[in-house]
Design a protein around this ligand. Structure first.
Ligand code: AMP
Ligand code: MG
Length: 308
């Protein structure tokens, strides 16, 4: 348990560790930005509050702000704004601050914060495989750039340029072989990042596209870091048609009225797209070889603590 005294906790931070992480963080963000800019992505500014945000698939409290008498939510991800951005642009990204009041049991995972940044991107008319290929190149570019600019003592000694294409494992196959906690088991034994694909509907939010209507299997994926670092990326193709979105919301037992903005836009015409989000602090954690995500940032919002 960390101190409940935010100032004392702040003053006890390890300058050397944080400074190295912040240097890596700067290079990682610059590298990601340059990589996407060269591929003609448009950067959109992050949205912090909005009448609509990601419902997520796990219980997260939803703080609501009184916005001129209207309930606005803090961004948990920019998924719906990404889909709306596809109306104007073909390729977009945003360094998006997310607030997630995660369940208390996540305080000890070493990879959850209540406030983190997600590089969230989306590509119109793309297939899942297109953005998986993009993610693989992106990770390898970041590894190359940090290798050029950061002294090895501050980097994960296991860091290497990873062989493409990364291995793909179907969610249900992984679960059958390794049980419910297959992600940790596979991550612990892996020496290269790998994909979990075809994640079923009940393990995901309503907006990832089903392979075929009623199949229950989605055109989605997670990227998992090796050496036990766990999940890096979640993404997939998206449902964009009004009827399909309604059906998926109903199947999830969610309320259509909560997503009326998305539904209204889908009636007028959302575009088919695929995309993903990669957590920046988790990427820095992996690149630094740190066990605790708290050490990646100066003002970590550790789960359940009073911090600045
Ligand atoms: P999600 O779509 O919920 O999987 O979030 C996208 C990515 O953001 C994940 O793959 C992680 O890299 C990162 N992420 C999600 N939740 C957290 C959290 N509580 N703390 C830090 N990073 C997170
Ligand atoms: Mg995820």
């Amino acid at each position: 348990m960390l101190s409940a005294d935010p100032v004392r906790y702040y003053l006890s931070r390890n300058k050397k560790v944080i400074e190295a992480s912040l240097r890596v963080n700067t290079i990682v963000r610059g590298s990601l930005k340059k990589f996407l800019d060269l591929k003609n992505f448009i950067e959109i500014n992050p949205v912090i509050i909005s009448p609509i945000s990601d419902p997520l698939n796990h219980p997260v409290k939803d703080p609501v702000i009184d916005y001129y008498g209207n309930p606005y939510r803090l961004t948990k991800s920019m998924i719906f704004h990404k889909q709306l951005a596809m109306i104007y642009f073909e390729r977009i990204y945003s360094f998006s601050p997310n607030i997630r009041i995660e369940p208390l049991e996540r305080r000890v995972t070493g990879r959850h914060l209540a406030e983190f940044t997600q590089l969230d991107l989306e590509v119109r008319n793309a297939r899942r495989e297109d953005v998986m290929d993009l993610a693989e190149d992106m990770i390898n570019k970041v590894v190359e750039d940090v290798g050029e600019h950061v002294e090895p003592e501050f980097l994960n000694p296991k860091l290497a340029k990873f062989k493409k294409p990364f291995r793909k494992i179907k969610f249900l196959d992984a679960k059958e072989e390794y049980g419910d906690d297959f992600e940790s088991a596979l991550s612990n034994e892996a020496k290269e990042p790998f994909w979990i694909i075809d994640i079923p509907l009940d393990s995901r939010e309503f907006y990832d596209k089903e392979t075929a209507a009623g199949s229950g299997i989605l055109r989605d994926m997670d990227l998992v870091y090796p050496y036990g670092y766990g999940e890096a990326v979640s993404g997939g193709e998206r449902e964009y048609e009004y009827e399909r979105i309604c059906e998926r919301i109903r199947k999830k037992g969610q309320n259509e009225s909560e997503f009326s903005i998305l539904l209204e836009a889908s009636k007028i015409g959302l575009k088919p797209s695929a995309g993903f989000g990669i957590g920046i602090e988790r990427l820095v954690r992996f690149i630094r070889g740190l066990s605790d995500i708290t050490d990646t940032t100066l003002f970590p919002k550790t789960i359940g603590d009073l911090v600045l």
